[in-house]
Design a binder for this molecule. Structure first.
Ligand code: OFO
Length: 164
């Protein structure tokens, strides 16, 4: 059985994963609008992945016999100065999500809720991958640059990334 504290934290995480999905879908629209099909595709796929993150937590809450609650979802950012600014935003966003997940892991451990602790391990490794992914894109931007054909090349590279 989930404690009230853990239930609240997990429900907050459900809402945050919805936000992540909306943020990435919104980013895909920005990329498409700016003529960046590789990044538009990448974010559209990533938005779907975030929905699966939300669903996993939602289902876990329900499986424990508690009630999953979807709260109001904050409006995502809609404008970015350039591709580097956009990917910096995603990287910072994922670092914030990692912090949130770690906080819930801490609570589960302190409460000796080993089932929830075990469930959250998937998110711990997922966040490691997410941070690595966005950092690698920022590295690409740094190496190739966004001037001249750089933007075209970076976007093409990003379009080839396969989202699991
Ligand atoms: Fe991007 O990992 Fe969920 O939020």
């Amino acid at each position: 059985m989930l404690s009230e504290n853990l239930l609240n934290k997990l429900n907050t995480q459900v809402t945050l994963e919805f936000y992540s999905s909306n943020l990435y879908l919104q980013m895909s629209a920005w990329c498409d609008y700016k003529g960046l099909p590789g990044s538009a595709k990448f974010f559209k796929e990533h938005a779907k992945e975030e929905m699966s993150h939300m669903q996993k937590i939602f289902d876990y809450i329900q499986d424990t016999g508690a009630l999953a609650i979807i709260d109001a979802i904050e409006k995502p950012e809609i404008d970015f100065s350039d591709l580097k600014n956009l990917y910096t935003t995603t990287y910072n966003h994922e670092k914030m999500i990692t912090k949130q997940i770690n906080e819930i892991v801490d609570i589960a451990l302190n409460e000796k809720d080993y089932s929830t602790f075990n469930f959250l391990q998937w998110y711990v490794s997922e966040q490691h991958e997410e941070e690595k992914l966005f950092k690698s894109i920022l590295d690409k931007i740094e190496i190739i640059g966004l001037d001249g054909r750089g933007l075209f090349m970076v976007d093409k590279e990003i379009g080839n990334i396969v989202i699991r």
